[in-house]
Design a protein around this ligand. Structure first.
Ligand code: ADP
Ligand code: MG
Ligand code: MG
Length: 875
């Protein structure tokens, strides 16, 4: 079987499409060779050998050795030098190279083939300084990677040598010192391994090949694979390649370059190099590299060729390339090319520019940008150049960065923010009562809670930075301070949180607002043309609605009415309504709330002019609106003119053991129809009022937590009665659509019946996951991390929809609902609406829209476009 692939002299056994068996590096070395780009000859041992090596307990299969030796002979012929020749030895590098790029995780050995004899031959032909510099590099790399001699031992010798000679840089060391150093290095190897450094070049070669295969399993690589979802079964390839030397003198150099600026995406050739050096020096940062402009002055001919080749490579690969090159005595060699990593800004700009330059199509440009990364573009970020002292890490619940003085209560946050202070709200966890403080704060940090905890969901909705589940915080509300490890942070102290990484940082770190250039707008325009799935937003205030519209929202898919209840001047009326002794009292309180709600809705209708707005009627359990501690209860009793004991008894009576499965959602509507009727009246009156002023409105009334068709039937009746009453005698008539949330598994399974009374379905996938998976939204964070780490679950099901289980409930619901009512409008309004993978799933199911928090609207638009372009739409 073919295990070894030669490349050299313009011919190659492999090519770019073969990364699976040649690794990225090997495949691209072959491709460059075919293109006629100057690449030192060599060969690639294929990735399946990595596994064979491991099962063979560290022995290379004999046929692999045979094929490698044959390829080595071809390299010798091509270079006109022999491996192990004491006079003019061929030296090679032994390089790792996996299918996916794993920068710096795997090992590489350079200058292999040198020994005590051939180093002298090399010195005679190419200079003693160069020969001993190469040999000491080889001993160090081979010693470290193959023989396990600690790298620091070599480095401290090198430092000593420099100190003794007063040399600042290793290029200041002359041949004589390097020769002494080589002696010390060889001694170090013997001391540490009890043996001489292998002198036979072939033994060196097999040793290095084995070590590179073994490096696939080192802990660093294993961690990297886990973080990036790279399967262990892939294995790495090994590339053996003739050395070219950037360390032969002042007409030599080595460097790395990008065909475009990887941080801004600007179309400029960009890179760094070091004169008289070998490749790893550039990365190691021992000397400061110089910008490529200098190369244009110092070695103009080689530079011109480099510019020509980089342009050629980018044209050929149709994407920005990251290249490694070496110049040996004025002659340019390419050692690597790959698609370059880049920031989001650069990704957007490069994709759009390449399409404008007609290198790729617009559809390809749309598919080139990772949708999830777009969110970073919209929020302020920490200045990447500023120093930071990270003291803890939580979950990156809502991106962006926030800097402010620490406060431990929502009231405090609001009070201090009113004076113009920038504050950061720190809580054990948040509840709906904290909304005003969350609004006022720059960002939110909690000790508990997962990615869909209250704090996370609300913060994302507000587009506000939030870090949750930061277990290292020991908060003492009474003392108004917290410990984070050895640090104590008090009320008023400055703190920074990074919602994109989950980092908690002492002090103030400056932030930068990324620019949304024309490229972003252009890319989104192309995406919108490609997609079928519509994108709405979850927004509770006119302000959020406006932001979402700017980001391209095509309506509101979820407007939660209860968030409007928490403002101090409203909460009293809400409490009065809840604590009412009878219906008449309750209606009295509702009359106070009516104009307030009407005003809220009118504001939102105006902000969303002409677009559909889905308003969900009251959903949370009532106890969430009530005070719980004694002082607050007494105060409330006073405000309502009631007896404190009576109020406390009522509060206790309303409390539930399991409120999430309790008296909430449409169950409240069944118990207290007048609440839903008041809300319906507010919606329809607001809609008429706005329509009368000439603004088009499209209201949708959504009933939450339906589990049985009869609930919807009864409530629809109430809503329709109220609508009729409001419209009676009006000139302008706005008839809302009435629909159901599908968030209880039973509702999904009986969707065919429920659809009889629904104009639309909106899948509430947060609750559906909670109830269908029996996972608490607020507590599951504590152990789900372990599930994901151990690979039991691929992803947190609150972040990315569980397609096999919860997704199946959605599928059944859509199918049954549409069977009853073909024109049924179907969307989802859970947090999943902004998760690219879940959006693709929704596209496959043929949903009409997804709805997500404002800052994720562009994410969903792009993901929906990619789903359509990659053929993931409904059949
Ligand atoms: P990594 O994947 O960690 O970048 P590489 O295999 O690319 O490792 O090699 C490390 C450095 O050594 C790079 O700068 C590379 O350009 C240089 N290098 C590798 N092989 C050769 C060679 N045959 N001649 C000269 N330099 C080389
Ligand atoms: Mg490299
Ligand atoms: Mg719900």
């Amino acid at each position: 079987m073919k295990r070894v692939y030669f490349f050299g002299d313009g011919r190659a056994d492999g090519r770019a499409g073969m990364a699976e068996i040649l690794g990225g590096k090997g495949a691209n070395l072959a491709e460059m060779t075919r293109l006629g780009v100057p690449v030192p000859p060599g060969f690639t041992i294929s990735t399946p050998v990595c596994a064979a090596y491991a099962t063979g307990r560290g022995r290379l299969p004999p046929d692999v050795k045979r094929q490698a030796l044959a390829a080595l002979r071809r390299v010798e012929r091509s270079m006109g030098a022999r491996f192990g020749d004491p006079e003019a030895p061929l030296l090679v590098s032994v390089r790792s190279g996996a299918r996916a790029s794993m920068p710096g995780m795997l090992d590489t050995v350079l200058n292999l083939g040198l020994n005590d004899r051939s180093v002298r031959g090399l010195a005679a032909r190419a200079g003693a300084r160069f020969a001993y510099d190469s040999y000491r590099r080889f001993i160090q790399m081979y010693g470290d990677i193959v023989l396990g001699v600690p790298l620091e031992r070599f480095e401290s010798r090198l430092e000593q040598a420099k100190e003794v000679r007063g040399a600042a840089l290793d290029t200041d060391l002359d041949a004589e010192i390097l020769q002494t150093l080589v002696g010390e290095y060889l001694e170090l190897v013997r001391e540490h391994t009890g043996r001489r450094l292998p002198q036979d070049p072939l033994r060196q070669l097999w040793g290095a090949v084995g070590a590179v295969f073994r490096s696939w399993k080192n802990p660093r690589a294993a961690t990297y694979r886990r973080l990036h979802g790279i399967p262990e079964s892939w294995g790495t390839a090994v590339n053996v390649q003739a050395m070219v030397f950037g360390n032969m003198g002042d007409d030599c150099a080595t460097g790395v370059a990008f065909t475009r600026d990887p941080s801004t995406g600007e179309r400029v050739f960009f890179g760094e190099y070091l004169p008289n050096a070998q490749g790893e020096d550039v990365v190691a940062g021992l000397r400061t590299p110089q910008p490529l402009d200098r190369l244009a002055e110092e070695m103009p001919a080689a530079y011109r060729e480099l510019v020509r080749i980089q342009a050629r490579l980018e044209r050929h690969y149709r994407d920005m390339q990251d290249i490694e090159f070496t110049i040996q005595q004025g002659r340019l060699w390419l050692l690597q090319t790959r698609t370059g990593k880049r920031t989001v800004q650069a990704a957007v700009r490069i994709a759009v520019d390449l399409a404008r330059e007609r290198r790729i199509t617009r559809d390809e440009a749309v598919c080139r940008v990772d949708p999830a990364s777009l969110e970073q573009l919209l929020h302020p970020a920490l200045d990447p150049h500023a120093p930071r002292q990270v003291v803890a890490r939580g979950l990156p619940a809502s991106p962006g960065a926030a800097v402010g003085s620490v406060v431990f209560s929502a009231d405090e946050a609001e009070a201090r923010a009113r004076t113009g202070e920038k504050v950061l709200l720190v809580r054990m966890e948040t509840s709906p009562e904290d909304i005003h403080g969350m609004h006022a704060a720059q960002g939110i940090l909690t000790a508990r809670g997962g990615m869909t905890s209250h704090a996370a969901v609300v913060a994302r909705g507000m587009g506000k930075c939030c870090v949750t589940g930061c277990g290292a915080l020991e908060i003492d509300y009474a003392a108004r301070c917290m410990r984070i490890g050895e640090h104590v942070v008090r009320d008023g102290d400055p703190l920074t949180v990074d919602g994109s990484s989950g980092e908690v940082i002492l002090g103030r770190v400056p932030t930068v607002t990324p620019e949304l250039g024309g490229a972003f707008t252009e890319l989104m325009r192309w995406a919108d043309r490609a997609r079928r799935l519509r994108v709405r937003t979850n927004a509770d205030t006119p302000q959020d609605a406006k932001v979402a519209r700017q980001f391209g929202a095509e309506g509101i898919g979820l407007c939660r009415t209860e968030h409007m209840f928490f403002e101090p001047r409203r909460i009293l009326a809400v409490r009065e309504m809840i604590l009412a002794a009878d219906r008449a009292e309750r209606e009295g309180a509702l009359r106070k709330l009516l104009p307030i709600q009407r005003g809220d809705f009118a504001g939102i209708f105006r902000a969303m002019e002409g677009l559909p707005v889905t308003i969900r009627l009251l959903d949370p359990p009532l106890h969430e609106f009530l005070p719980h501690d004694g002082d607050e209860i007494r105060e409330l009793a006073r405000a309502l003119g009631r007896d404190a004991a009576e109020v406390r008894a009522k509060v206790d009576a309303i409390r539930e053991f399991n409120p999430m499965l309790g008296h909430r959602g449409c169950r409240l509507g069944i118990s207290f129809p007048e609440i839903y009727r008041m809300q319906t009246r507010a919606i329809v009156e607001a809609a008429c009022e706005v329509a009368e002023s000439g603004v088009r409105v499209e209201p949708e009334i959504m009933i939450p937590l339906v589990s049985h068709v009869r609930e919807l039937e009864v409530l629809r009746g109430h809503v329709e009665d109220e609508v009729r009453e409001v419209l009676r005698g009006r000139r302008v008539r706005v008839r809302p659509r009435i629909g159901s949330m599908i968030e209880v598994p039973r509702a999904a399974l009986t969707a065919g019946e429920i659809a009889r009374f629904a104009d639309f379905f909106s899948f509430g996938t947060n609750d559906l996951t909670q109830m269908g998976y029996a996972l608490s939204r607020d507590d599951a964070g504590k152990f789900l991390g372990t599930y994901v780490e151990q690979g039991i679950l691929e992803a947190d099901p609150f972040v990315s929809i569980d397609e096999a289980g919860i997704g199946e409930l959605v599928r059944i619901g859509v199918e049954q609902g549409r069977a009853t009512r073909p024109e049924l409008q179907v969307g989802i309004c859970g947090e999943h609406g902004g998760d690219p993978r879940s959006v693709r799933f929704c596209a496959r199911l043929g949903l009409d829209y997804v709805s997500c928090s404002p800052f994720r609207v562009p994410v969903a638009r792009l993901a929906a476009a990619q789903a359509a372009l990659l053929g993931e739409g409904p059949a």
